[in-house]
Design a protein around this ligand. Structure first.
Ligand SMILES: NC(=O)NCCC(=O)O
Ligand SMILES: [Zn+2]
Ligand SMILES: [Zn+2]
Length: 466
């Protein structure tokens, strides 16, 4: 069994920051000890990694990605191979992607299709949520079987009528099933029926530019759907996780529900924290790069998101990584914003952007780790194997240089997409070394990983309930 010692770093977890060395044996963390104790590990080590002046943090857990997702007549441009490699470059060592139930088909068909895309391709570990796009008796029964095999969370859409949309009755029934089988319901909370009316009105009036995507997806329609999802989950007695929260008014709904002691959780994404409606309103169709749903909001919403991240009214930051190239893919919506495939790339940038949030004073270092690693691992039943550095945990570890300056750019990123949403943004801090289950996959600007190293993770049910 290989032995690696990580020496001289500041080990940061969600709960503590200690000067300590870490012993990795095979795929797992064997011990953490003060440097004078750890000294004795060195003679027997195969590899000694010097982390002096660096942070030693758990690998990131990104609970919301869409590799190769079919959407808007095209596919997200990262495959599981390219997307997980980019994730590794950015210090993320586990993703949970979304398998999709085909309309008229079974959950099993959807899951098999996603295994076929991902198995043997991933550079880092991965799991699946399941998107329910056709809730009926059969799908409800199938949910139990999926939970038993580690697919313990199910996403439904109150948006996208005719594509993934579920009506309130379907949502309630799926939530009732989840209350029985322990699954977590994830919700895309936007009133898609009302939004579609506004889309048609905008197009009929000749308002076709990307910025109108943001205007028709009104914050109140996110808040209304969030409120409705909360009430339905309360009726069903099931926990609820609202994905990609962007509107201050939706945050207020979550805060109220959490004040009432409900098992209601919220996720936001870096794009809502660092980008805004101004990006969506960029001229010459450039705003198409920033079309995602929920949409980017006016910059005033960001203060509420940051506050909620500090108070835990928002508990997780995932990327919703769903890349489409500007050329040929985003361009499908030239002259009609409703045809722009929805999604923003970011799986490689999340850990750095959240470190920038530490530098900017929005969150503490431990909260950085909690939001990016530990809580998503607990939320999605991966903890303590993932999301922390502790004896017995998988040795998914990042050696992070908190002082290195970098500029985010498509010129240097590894995601398979022709633009970077944060192009030109200077950030302080950068990943130096990444271990995935004990294996060094990135080191000092060199990629040492391999497609197929990543292993499918059977997940437990949510470990974050009150
Ligand atoms: N978010 C987005 O715009 N695209 C991915 C699909 C989804 O999460 O709704
Ligand atoms: Zn969504
Ligand atoms: Zn998504």
């Amino acid at each position: 069994m290989s032995r690696t010692v990580i020496r001289g770093g500041l080990v940061i977890t969600a709960t503590e920051e200690i000067r300590a060395d870490v012993l990795v044996e095979g795929e797992q963390v064997a011990a953490i000890a003060a440097p004078e104790v750890a000294e004795q590990w060195v003679p027997d080590a195969d590899t000694v990694l010097d982390a002096d002046g660096h942070y030693v943090i758990p690998g990131g857990v990104d609970g919301h990605t869409h590799m190769q997702m079919p959407f808007g007549g095209t596919f997200a441009s990262d495959t599981f191979e390219t997307g997980t490699r980019a994730a590794a470059w950015g210090g993320t060592t586990t993703i949970v992607d979304f398998a999709i139930q085909p309309v008229g088909g079974s959950l099993r068909e959807g899951l098999d299709a996603w295994h076929a895309k991902a198995d043997g391709q991933c550079a880092i570990d991965y799991g699946f949520h399941m998107i329910l796009s056709d809730v009926g008796d059969d799908a409800l029964k199938e949910m139990d079987a999926l939970v038993a095999e580690g697919i313990t969370s199910f996403k439904m859409f109150m948006a996208y009528p005719g594509v993934f949309y579920s009506d309130d009755g379907q949502i309630l029934r799926a939530m009732q099933q989840a209350a029985d089988n322990g699954a977590l319901t994830m919700m895309h909370a936007e009133n898609g029926i009302a939004i579609d009316v506004l889309v048609q009105q905008a197009l009929a009036a000749g308002r076709t530019d990307p910025k109108h995507h943001g205007q028709v997806r009104h914050p109140l329609l996110e808040a209304e759907a969030t409120h409705r999802a909360i009430q339905l989950s309360k009726v069903a007695g099931a926990p609820l996780y609202v994905v990609h929260v962007s509107a201050a008014e939706a945050v207020a709904e979550l805060s109220r529900a959490r004040d009432d002691g409900l098992n209601v959780f919220g996720e936001t994404c870096p794009q809502y924290l660092f980008l805004s409606f101004d990006d969506l309103a960029r001229p010459e169709f450039e705003g198409a790069k920033y079309v995602c749903s929920t949409p980017l909001r006016p910059v005033e919403h960001q203060a509420d998101l940051w506050r909620a991240l500090r108070t835990n009214d928002l508990s997780v930051v995932s990327t919703d990584h769903c890349p489409f190239c500007f050329k040929d893919q985003k361009e499908l919506g030239l002259g009609d914003f409703s045809k722009i495939p929805n999604g923003i790339p970011g799986v490689e940038n999340r850990v750095d952007l959240l470190h920038q949030a530490v530098v900017d004073g929005h969150i503490s270092r431990r909260r950085w780790i909690e939001l990016a690693c530990t809580t998503p691992a607990r939320m999605f039943g991966l903890h303590p194997r993932k999301g922390t550095i502790a004896p017995g945990a998988d040795a998914d570890i990042v050696i992070y240089d908190p002082n290195r300056e970098q500029v985010l750019s498509a010129q240097t990123h590894h995601m398979n997409v022709d633009y970077n949403a944060y192009e030109g943004k200077p950030v302080t801090g950068a990943v130096r070394t990444v271990l995935s289950r004990g294996r060094v996959v990135v080191d000092g600007g060199e990629y040492l990983g391999q497609a197929g190293h990543g292993r499918f993770q059977r997940r437990d049910t949510c470990q974050y309930l009150i």
